[in-house]
Design a protein around this ligand. Structure first.
Ligand SMILES: CC(C)(COP(=O)(O)OP(=O)(O)OC[C@H]1O[C@@H](n2cnc3c(N)ncnc32)[C@H](O)[C@@H]1OP(=O)(O)O)[C@@H](O)C(=O)NCCC(=O)NCCS
Length: 206
């Protein structure tokens, strides 16, 4: 692991580096990935670089998702539109390497970033928008503890039709209740105590 910021069972999250840009650009131009995201323009490397630069400024949290086995960057996740008065932020994730879909990584990363929002940043509400046709995303967010709170009717245009946008959120007390109800992993006698970040991510990575 290199520059690990949050550590889970399958993946860790670290700052996005300039060397990640070519992969990020390739994924943004992959229709199967991008159809679930806000962006529809063809992405040049320069556009991707400037997006990454913008994400690393201000209060946004932008992180690369990296496999613990093999140290491969497979996508990005983070928090945006942090509002310190309302103590809320939007969550975003994209696993661009499709060979890693449906393996529980999206759920694990969602839990890790939400734990960071509540435990480290003292936020109260994390929200997200997801297109109604993104059943995989909706399922992953539900598994991570998000509740559907409403629908923006026909708010999104894609592939020649309007689609509903589902709004989901999780509140800090809901997350704490789920965390406290979850079984704790057994510790091996004499095992080294984990770092705080390992503990935060690890106990929410199931
Ligand atoms: C959406 C995304 C983050 C989910 O991550 P993931 O690692 O693939 O998701 P997980 O494996 O944790 O969970 C996916 C769940 O959806 C289920 N699923 C997959 N396809 C499905 C479908 N068509 N209908 C219903 N459920 C589906 C899986 O079976 C799994 O549920 P289970 O564990 O109960 O079996 C990831 O696929 C991704 O980044 N996609 C491209 C970009 C994107 O959609 N970003 C999110 C924008 S809001």
């Amino acid at each position: 692991m290199k520059n690990a910021f949050l550590v889970g069972d399958k993946v860790y999250l670290r700052p996005i580096e300039p060397s990640d840009v070519p992969s990020l650009q390739q994924w943004m131009n992959d229709r199967e990935v991008a159809i679930n995201l806000r962006f529809v323009r063809p992405f040049t490397e320069a556009m991707e670089r400037s997006f990454v630069d913008r994400m690393s400024q201000g209060d946004d949290v932008a992180l690369a998702i990296v496999t613990r086995t093999g140290d491969r960057c497979i996508g990005t996740a983070g928090l945006m539109q942090v509002n310190w008065r309302d103590r809320s932020a939007g969550f975003g994730i994209s696993i661009g390497d499709k060979s890693h879909w449906n393996r529980g990584i999206g759920t694990e990363v969602t839990r890790m970033v939400v734990a960071h929002a509540f435990e480290d940043m003292n936020l109260h509400r994390v929200w997200l928008d997801v297109y109604v046709y993104n059943a995989r995303g909706i399922r992953a967010y539900e598994k991570a503890g998000f509740t559907r709170e409403g629908v923006q009717r026909e708010a999104h245009w894609s592939e020649g039709a309007y689609h509903d946008v589902v709004v989901m959120s999780i509140l800090s007390h809901e997350w704490r209740a789920a965390r406290d109800a979850a079984p704790r992993p057994a510790r091996k006698a004499g095992a080294n105590p984990r770092t705080r970040r390992d503990t935060v991510a690890g106990r929410n990575a199931r």
